[in-house]
Design a protein around this ligand. Structure first.
Ligand code: ZN
Length: 284
């Protein structure tokens, strides 16, 4: 509670500022002391005409500590098989409103009787330098790669196909990639967890219902960051159980102000406010 109230106190709602933020204002905010509850960031405007960005992200772990985190771009377990620029730590940072919405979603899930699911995030705020690195990567030579994450496409097509964006809402701190994890022994939840407990090596992301090292992830039909038609939330290539699991995720996220991206069952954008601008601060 202390962390949440501290974060709230630092946040000034839009529309309550009597004059536009000046550069000096932004500098004063930038050099305030850091805390674990809030990360004060420098604004990457790209140009002096860019709208002023809300200069504050909060750590989800301080706002909603029961939400599990596996920030994949801080590891080599991602479609680029490398730690992305700007990810010095595997931490989920988000705009305060977005983190609070996730906290409410997690609390709502915990109130079901018996509790069956919790949330697990794969990516949250994404530094612009990481966004640019992803786009650069799509232009690079694939070499002898084994495209586990994009079995049916060339990497050079991933931007055009809508799987990688150079204007990602992640860089604005309003988007989150996540799944559901089973936290109780409900019949369906247990079945979902068992479905992912396949020790055979998968050839592609379509052959996994979730992260193989975490059998508590419910079976969504593909892994996170599976750039394939099977990842479309309402794909016809998945089972009834997988449809049901995706629908459960969309339902809880919609209830708390998030909109799903139809091509990726895991990607949600918070629609409770208008995006300000992109940010570029190293996560550490
Ligand atoms: Zn995403």
């Amino acid at each position: 509670m202390k962390s949440r109230s501290a974060a709230k106190a630092r946040h000034t709602p839009r529309g309550m500022t009597a004059r536009p933020a000046t550069f000096a204002d932004r500098c004063r905010r930038q050099f305030r002391p850091l805390s674990t509850a809030a990360v004060v960031v420098a604004v990457l405007a790209g140009s002096s005409n860019a709208p002023a960005a809300e200069p504050e992200l909060v750590a989800l772990a301080d706002v909603a500590p029961t939400i599990r985190q596996d920030i994949r771009y801080a590891t080599r377990r991602n479609f680029m098989a490398q730690v992305l620029p700007g990810y010095r730590a595997g931490k989920c940072l988000l705009r305060p409103e977005v983190a609070n919405a996730l906290r409410r979603a997690q609390a709502w899930l915990a109130k079901s009787d018996p509790p069956r699911f919790g949330l697990k995030v794969f990516d949250c705020y994404r530094p612009m330098r990481a966004v640019r690195a992803m786009v650069r990567w799509t232009h690079s030579n694939g070499g002898s790669e084994a495209p586990f994450h994009y079995p049916a496409h060339k990497r050079s097509r991933l931007v055009a196909l809508g799987y990688i964006s150079d204007r990602s809402s992640h860089a604005r701190g309003f988007a989150v990639d996540l799944t559901l994890v089973a936290i109780a022994s409900g019949e369906d939840a247990a079945k979902s967890a068992t479905d992912t407990d396949d020790v055979k090596p998968a050839q592609t992301c379509r052959e996994r219902g979730g992260e193989p090292t975490d059998p508590s992830e419910v079976d969504m039909g593909t892994t996170f960051d599976c750039f394939d038609v099977a990842s479309a939330t309402r794909s016809g290539d998945i089972t009834d159980l997988q449809h049901k699991n995706r629908a459960a995720l969309v339902s809880v996220m919609s209830r708390f102000g998030f909109r799903n991206y139809a091509r990726e069952w895991w990607h949600f954008t918070y629609i409770g406010r208008v995006a300000d601008g992109v940010l570029d601060v190293v996560i550490e």
